[in-house]
Design a binder for this molecule. Structure first.
Ligand code: C2E
Ligand code: CA
Ligand code: CA
Ligand code: CA
Length: 275
């Protein structure tokens, strides 16, 4: 049944991806979408490689367009960042994610959620303040929320952003450095912020099976993260061979199509608790 469900998620994702092929949204389209609740969240499981248990889920935004169907973030995140809509978009994503978290918490299904945030989101105190109020209002343990920031976003950041990121950590949120290995940030940059997690970029994970260089980079990232007291997530795991390699190299957390595709909350529920 689990396999069948995996296939189902796979098929619907692929079909929907084709559906949005020709649509090039404008700022007005996206603004309308945010204001009219067309953004929805998908959840991709993360597995603890040592125990096999569900560790949490990454929150991935999608745009459910009434005409063009399911639209993927590669079609609109950059637009949001260029037009200043990213603040509104991230507010909506955080709001939806926290509401889902409350729903799961009430049913004793508390799930750790990793939320992607953009560099612009940490140039002011608005987003930290929103998060702080929400976790307080809904009595959510902030350590159940992971904020993912890409390594390249970190490089562009000014001192104020680093400061804001540190504040998140002090409030108890977890911090993850995403797409690690692609941003050429120096190691001195890395230890300025108290990251709790390092996500190895999926390009290295995808290639590690057939490419010695990628395998070496993955291995080095795992060692580095552990030396700095961070947990390591490998994303983009698409087959058993890659899982086995990572497992033998002491990787902590696994994410990828081999385990499950991103899926709507109800489906994640079924996958996690009945599968
Ligand atoms: P990311 O943060 O690196 O997220 C991982 C992407 O890899 C996701 O694509 C996920 O569906 C995909 N993926 C997961 N497992 C596999 C696998 O085994 N193989 C392959 N080939 N791909 C896999 P998605 O959902 O299309 O998101 C793309 C990017 O859009 C994300 O990359 C992230 O940078 C951005 N994004 C997504 N949601 C949000 C959001 O709410 N806010 C912001 N600011 N950015 C977001
Ligand atoms: Ca991410
Ligand atoms: Ca990533
Ligand atoms: Ca990425």
């Amino acid at each position: 049944a689990k396999q069948a469900q995996r296939e189902l998620v796979k098929c619907s994702n692929d079909k929907e991806k084709q559906g949005s092929f020709d649509f090039i949204p404008t700022k007005q389209d996206l603004q309308y979408a945010i204001e009219n609740k067309q953004l929805i969240l998908y959840y991709q499981p993360q597995i603890n490689m040592k125990t096999g248990c569900v560790h949490g889920a990454e929150v991935l935004v999608r745009w459910l367009h009434p005409e063009f169907g399911l639209i993927f973030p590669d079609k609109f995140i950059a637009l949001a960042e260029q037009t200043g809509l990213i603040e509104q978009l991230s507010e909506e994503v955080i709001h939806l994610a926290i509401m889902q978290s409350v729903y799961w918490q009430k049913r004793n299904k508390a799930t750790r959620l990793s939320i992607n945030i953009s560099a612009q989101n940490i140039t002011s105190l608005k987003l930290p303040e929103q998060l702080r109020m929400l976790v307080k209002e809904y009595e959510i343990d902030p350590s159940m929320i992971v904020l993912e920031l890409t390594e390249s976003a970190l490089m562009d950041s000014e001192v104020t952003s680093l400061d804001i990121f540190t504040r998140f950590r002090l409030k108890g949120f977890q911090l993850s450095i995403d797409d690690f290995g692609t941003g050429y940030s120096s190691l001195s940059q890395l230890h300025k912020i108290p990251f709790t997690e390092l996500k190895i970029d999926q390009s290295f994970v995808t290639n590690m099976k057939q490419e010695k260089e990628s395998a070496a980079i993955v291995e080095t990232c795992i060692m580095l993260a552990h030396k700095l007291n961070m947990e390591v997530v490998a994303e983009g795991i698409e087959d058993k061979a890659t899982w086995d390699l990572l497992s033998s190299e002491d990787c902590d957390i696994a994410q990828g199509y081999y385990i499950a595709r991103p899926m709507p909350a109800e489906q994640f529920d079924k996958w996690q608790f009945k599968g």
